[in-house]
Design a protein around this ligand. Structure first.
Ligand code: DX5
Ligand code: ZN
Length: 218
């Protein structure tokens, strides 16, 4: 399968959010990555349902909603109603992860689990068959524009081995500090989906940057 590119709208100009989404519609974007932060699970607040609905109205690509919130189980159906096709919860925020994954699937979304940089991949071994996407955080969640943590390469390899051993069809998504330098290495380590926020939106030509990320061979 060719790899997927998921630009994060967190780095877009929110004053002209429609323009940003229309740009993504016209680009090689596969998924639109939407970062929701609650000021509790992470030390930052991004946006909630009204902004998600504004994105949904314009977006012509699947919305990949990354919930950096406590008690995500309280809001799964509302995020689905807001157009989320992939709903990703944090391992660290879900004491009943298996139940939360079933809840996500029951409302018709694909189920994602994100791991903070310090959380071992092995913690997912008992649920890997129930997960559609594992999102490996390559920065500490909460902010765009941070520096990529190189230990991520090792985690991708471990996760890939686990997925193959368990016969799972789960995708590996990398989120944080992705750019054209590390992307080929991430892909050759086994990544399937690359999230990129500031690298895309701060570039002089975001459509070209997305295309460059999409066309990488490795
Ligand atoms: C970080 C978010 C990321 C972030 C990525 O908490 O989950 O999705 O927007 O932004 P960059 O690519 O700038 O690291
Ligand atoms: Zn994210």
């Amino acid at each position: 399968m060719p790899h997927l590119i998921a630009p994060s709208v967190l780095a877009a100009n929110f004053g002209q959010l429609d323009h940003a989404i229309e740009m993504l519609n016209q680009s090689a974007t596969d998924w639109i990555h939407v970062d929701v932060m609650d000021g509790r699970f992470v030390p930052n607040i991004s946006f909630g349902f009204p902004v998600l609905h504004a994105i949904q109205k314009v977006a012509q690509k699947p919305l990949d909603v990354h919930l950096m919130i406590e008690h995500p189980e309280l809001y799964i159906e509302q995020f689905r109603a807001g157009g989320a096709e992939i709903i990703t919860v944090h391992y660290e925020a879900c004491p009943h992860l298996h139940r939360t994954l079933q809840q996500i699937k029951a409302c018709g979304a694909k189920a994602g689990v994100a791991l903070n940089p310090h959380t071992p991949v092995s913690f997912l071994s008992e649920v890997i068959q129930d997960i559609d996407v594992v999102c490996l955080m390559s920065v500490n969640p909460g902010f765009g524009g941070q520096k990529f943590i190189p230990h991520t390469y090792q985690k991708i390899k471990e996760l890939k081995t686990m997925i193959q051993e368990k016969g799972s069809a789960c995708l590996i998504e990398i989120d944080g500090g992705v750019n054209l330098e590390n992307a080929p290495l991430l892909l050759s380590a086994g990544a399937d989906v690359l999230v990129a926020g500031s690298f895309v939106f701060n570039s002089p030509n975001p459509v070209q940057t997305i295309s460059d990320l999409k066309q990488l061979s490795f």
